[in-house]
Design a binder for this molecule. Structure first.
Ligand code: ADP
Ligand code: TPW
Ligand code: MG
Length: 599
């Protein structure tokens, strides 16, 4: 069963298979049924063969978007999404989403064609020549190259296991053109295929750590639970809800854990987040990292005596940014089962005093915020445009929401409630612009559900060409751009004398909805809350590719959304206290300060 190159292959090829066919077979054997990508030398035939053998191939317009589509699939299913690129330039375009998936902890496999190793290694000037595996290593959880076609089953198994075991991440799998062209006996190849057994095994935590955690919670007066996207990924929604509801502990959903328990649950602290963080005495982290989004678990945003219990599958996440009183290392599903089982041994509840205080703060904030989202203005702003979106989403719980931008992201997260798990995808751990259309396509292809993809006008510009893909595949996606004419807003000025637009300015009068009309989709232009509501209702009901361009004021929005505090130089620009006011901000010592974002 020794592999040969095509040049030396015997004349009769009836019983032979080649690297491309064999890799497709190995992927199918392991349950891969979809692939996103952009073709060209040397992967064109590989994609054709994949399609012919029943893998759904979604041809996209840019590798980064294909990578994001695969990443969305990974998050939604817990199985690696797969995307395909050509050699060097296509490969490089795919590295950013591969790294972003790794940062988010989502399983993805990027398969790239690679130009002939011998000439690349001698730097002979090969077409699209690059030592791709070496370039991939710092961007991937793992990076493999299959040089011999008989190693294909092993290479695929390595990639799948690396992508979804432990903390999931992005894996690179290289297929050199020389390997694609190799041949071997088809029967021997078939016999050597195998499916990975249990690629993401349960990791059961130490019972002593579970008992320690439950004891600590039973001693708390003001316990708080944080649910992160790891909790959403773990797909044990009922167990998590059972623990939350049986204990009555208030919980805070991180952005992509919204809907794991419906956002209108009385125990949800989304609208009193700042107060909950400042007053909690014991915090249980379930699949959420104490990174920048939570001010690293320290500082004035937290009660100075707070104690943390952290459930995570990755032991090195514990103590990442501060002392963790009670680490519980295991997978969330197994761990939450032990937590629920342990409730018979411990009396765990939140003090009435504390929950009443949180409820009062919620009522106050909801009244303030509700008024802002209901108030019609001409032109619209983020609050009232998204208030109209909320009304429609409240009647369409099963629509998946994709969201990117700065104000468009932060305000949407606060305003639009989610009711079902894994129905919100956004800029994630790195706050990346340009993920939206790829995520929307991946979500629609993976689930068959309707998707609402809400973008700031800047964010949309990074990956907008994929509306053509959505139309070509007739996907039930409604794209929406909130156009305030710029990065953060559209009224900044050129500070020099050039007369050019400012660095933040984009076209506030652009008719983005025309883009989808070029490809046969339906475009809408909305200028009032009623129009947003009725057009969105109609667009979602059509289950076809649609685009709603919402005209906002160029004055709508604040610089950097909720994270202007991360700018190295204090923000300059036309900001007033009332413009800065939002759910995650508060007055401390007479000054308006920002709460950490939860993107
Ligand atoms: P968020 O951004 O929502 O706060 P993060 O991405 O920062 O969430 O954190 C998710 C955490 O969940 C990661 O540290 C990851 O290791 C962990 N995680 C992911 N899947 C599981 C799982 N099945 N069991 C336990 N922990 C998990
Ligand atoms: C890959 C920097 C953060 S937010 C943003 C940019 C460019 C756009 C904000 O404007 P938008 O939303 O989308 O119009 P809005 O409602 O506030 O006006 N490149 C990448 N990622 C990031 N995060 C940036 C640049 C950025
Ligand atoms: Mg904008």
């Amino acid at each position: 069963m020794e592999a040969t190159t095509q040049a030396t292959a015997p004349a009769s090829t009836a019983t032979l298979t080649d690297g491309a066919h064999y890799l497709v077979e190995a992927l199918i054997k392991n349950g891969v049924d979809k692939m996103y990508g952009v073709v060209g030398i040397p992967v064109t035939d590989f994609a054709r063969i994949a399609q012919a053998k029943g893998i759904r191939y979604i041809g996209m317009r840019h590798e980064a978007d294909a990578g994001n589509a695969a990443a969305a699939q990974g998050f939604l299913t817990g199985r690696p999404g797969v995307f395909l690129t050509v050699s060097a330039p296509g490969f490089l375009n795919g590295l950013a989403p591969l790294k972003e998936a790794t940062e988010n902890g989502w399983p993805v496999i990027m398969i790239s064609g690679e130009s002939s190793r011998d000439t690349v290694d001698l730097m002979e000037g090969q077409y699209e020549g690059l030592d791709q595996r070496a370039y991939a290593v710092p961007f991937a959880k793992a990076a493999y190259r299959i040089d011999n076609m008989e190693d294909i089953p092993l290479g695929v198994a390595r990639a799948i296991r690396a992508a979804c075991s432990g903390r999931p991440g992005g894996v690179y799998l290289s297929m050199p053109d020389t390997m694609i062209g190799q041949t071997m006996d088809a029967a021997a190849a078939e016999a050597a295929l195998y499916a990975v057994n249990n690629p993401a095994p349960a990791m059961i935590p130490d019972q002593a750590s579970v008992d320690q955690a439950l004891k600590l919670l039973s001693e708390a007066k003001n316990p708080l639970i944080f649910l992160g996207k790891g909790a959403a990924y773990a797909q044990c929604d009922d167990l998590i809800a059972e623990f939350v509801h049986k204990t009555g502990i208030p919980y805070q959903p991180m952005s992509m854990a919204k809907g794991l328990i419906p956002d209108d649950d009385p125990q949800c602290t989304a609208s009193c987040r700042g107060l909950a963080m400042r007053t909690a005495d014991v915090v249980l982290m379930v699949g959420a990292r104490l990174n920048w989004m939570l001010n690293f678990g320290k500082g004035r945003h937290w009660n100075k005596d707070v104690k943390f219990i952290q459930i995570d599958i990755d032991p090195t996440e514990i103590d990442n940014s501060r002392y963790i009183e009670c680490p519980v290392v295991g997978d969330i599903k197994s761990t939450m089962q032990l937590f629920v089982d342990g409730l018979s041994k411990y009396d765990i509840h939140a003090s009435q005093e504390w929950t009443s205080m949180l409820d009062a703060d919620k009522a106050k904030n909801n009244a303030r915020f509700g008024a802002k989202t209901a108030e019609e203005t001409t032109p619209l702003n983020h609050y009232n445009a998204l208030g109209a979106v909320k009304k429609v989403m409240d009647k369409n719980h099963d629509v998946i929401l994709v969201n990117e931008g700065a104000n468009t992201l932060d305000d949407c997260r606060d305003i639009v409630d989610m009711y079902l798990p894994r129905h919100r995808l956004d800029c994630g751990t790195w706050g990346v612009m340009g993920i939206g259309t790829g995520y929307a396509i991946g979500a629609a292809v993976t689930t068959g559900k309707s998707v609402l993809s809400i973008h700031g006008d800047s964010a949309f510009g990074f990956d907008g060409m994929e509306v053509e893909t959505a139309c070509r595949f007739n996907l039930p996606i409604t794209f929406m751009v909130l156009n305030n004419g710029g990065i953060y807003r559209g009224d900044f000025e050129d500070l020099g004398a050039s007369g050019d637009p400012s660095p933040l300015t984009l076209d506030a009068t652009a008719h983005y909805e025309k883009m989808i009309e070029a490809f046969g989709g339906t475009g809408y232009f909305a200028t009032t809350m009623d129009e947003v509501e009725s057009m969105l209702t109609e667009a979602l009901a059509s289950k076809k590719p649609c685009f709603i361009n919402v005209q906002l004021s160029v004055h709508a929005g604040v610089e950097s959304g909720h994270i202007s505090n991360l700018n190295p130089i204090p923000v300059v620009g036309p900001l007033s206290d009332s413009e800065c006011e939002d759910l995650n901000e508060e007055v401390v010592d007479g000054k308006l300060v920002q709460e950490p974002a939860s993107k």
